[in-house]
Ligand binder design. Structure first.
Ligand code: NDP
Ligand code: MG
Length: 352
């Protein structure tokens, strides 16, 4: 239970944390690290660093899953020296969060933003040997990470990618400067501040009362179907984006919709996935698939979907050469939305 006293006081630039809940003190501490470069630099002394190489995280294989190793500041300094890089590089790291004991977590890409060229004699395989791990594409590893690592590495990749793509001011053309935490970049010549951005995406599970509508793009792994997704257009509300995407992709008119949950998604460029349940008018369920966007779309029964959710190792080719119908993995919000539909009958009959 929170003991938040409602009074936020500052003492020698530090928040007075007395009487605040663990969550609130942690949040205030992270806010301070974002606002105060010196505090952030101090936090690096006791912090932990996740390493990347061209946006691929350093991972270690442990049985059926990957683990993301952490390095202390002193370990990182030694590694950078071995890789022929200046310890100044540590200032390119970005703040990801912190533990309840205020151990701050950072991410550093050993290749991106590097002003000093990487020691030509020390290439990626040698770095991996030195680091006792491998740099693996996040898309390939995400579903074999635990929830905490998946979330931290997704945030890290999204932030590192944003910094790499926003090194120059779009007004003056001058190089922008990152703050210590990496929560913004500033153009020194005109003081314009740039903040990391996410694109809002709606993801909708449409139901006709008994069945749900799932679709697949040709780029999906074989046999996998998911809920309908689409980027919000500028000026649209969430409700308008859902109605437009469903009409565009499958030619149906949404009658009712209800927000379910949201998730940050790092691919392709950092999106905020906003998940909704929607229903269509009875008798208006004939799908007209937009083949420019989708390969296929179909209605699935409750039993079919419940069976697919229980499938452990879905991506196995059957004897006749086809792949069974399967659904996105647990970590994806699409999975959570579909699971919620299976478990809660109210998702098929939304209130007016
Ligand atoms: N976490 C999850 O469970 C799921 C996540 N997703 C994510 O949702 C996202 C959107 O789904 P999708 O069906 O592809 O979206 P859309 O149906 O909106 O189609 C994608 C196309 O929209 C155009 N587009 C418009 N705005 C943007 C923008 N800001 N960024 C990129 N492309 C834009 C692009 O077209 P053009 O290239 O012609 O310009 C792109 O190819 C995907 O990136 C996917 O990774 C999807 C399903 C499940
Ligand atoms: Mg789409």
């Amino acid at each position: 239970m929170s003991l938040y006293c409602g009074i936020a006081c500052r003492r020698k630039s530090l928040w007075c944390y007395r009487l605040l809940s663990t969550y609130v003190t942690k949040t205030r501490y992270l806010l301070e690290l974002k606002e105060d470069d010196d505090a952030c630099k101090t936090a690096q002394q006791t912090g932990a660093f996740y390493l990347f190489h061209s946006l691929a995280p350093l991972l270690q294989k442990s049985e059926h899953q990957y683990l993301a190793p952490q390095h202390s500041l002193s370990e990182l300094e030694k590694l950078l020296a071995k890789f022929g890089q200046d310890t100044q590089r540590i200032e390119d790291s970005v703040l990801l969060g912190c533990s309840e004991k205020h151990e701050a977590w950072f991410a550093l890409d050993l290749v991106l933003n590097s002003s000093s060229p990487i020691n030509a004699s020390l290439q990626k395989p040698q770095m991996e040997t030195e680091l006792k791990g491998s740099f693996i594409e996040l898309r390939k590893a995400l579903f074999q990470l635990n929830e905490k690592d998946a979330s931290l590495l997704s945030t890290a990749q999204a932030l590192l990618r944003w910094h790499d793509a926003h090194q120059f001011c779009s007004r003056s053309g001058q190089p922008t400067k990152k703050n210590m935490a990496g929560s913004k970049r500033v153009c020194p010549s005109n003081k314009i501040i740039y903040y990391p951005q996410m694109a809002p995406v709606v993801i909708t599970l449409v139901s006709d009362g008994t069945q749900c509508l799932l679709a697949r793009q040709s780029s999906f792994p074989k046999g996998m179907y998911s809920a309908l997704a689409g980027f919000c257009d500028i000026g649209e509300s969430l409700e308008e984006a859902v109605r437009r995407e469903v009409a565009e992709e499958v030619g149906l008119e949404v009658e009712r919709l209800q927000y379910s949950a949201s998730q940050h998604w790092p691919f392709p460029n950092s999106s905020l996935m906003i998940a909704c349940h929607a229903t269509v008018k009875p008798g208006q369920t004939e799908i007209q698939v937009n083949l420019r966007e989708l390969e296929a779309a179909a209605w699935f029964s409750h039993d079919e979907v419940a069976t697919a959710l229980r499938r452990n190792n879905p991506y196995t080719q059957q004897q006749n050469g086809t792949f069974p119908f399967w659904l996105p993995p647990k970590l994806a919000i699409a999975h959570q939305l579909i699971k919620e539909w299976v478990e809660k009958p109210t998702c098929s009959a939304l209130p007016a």
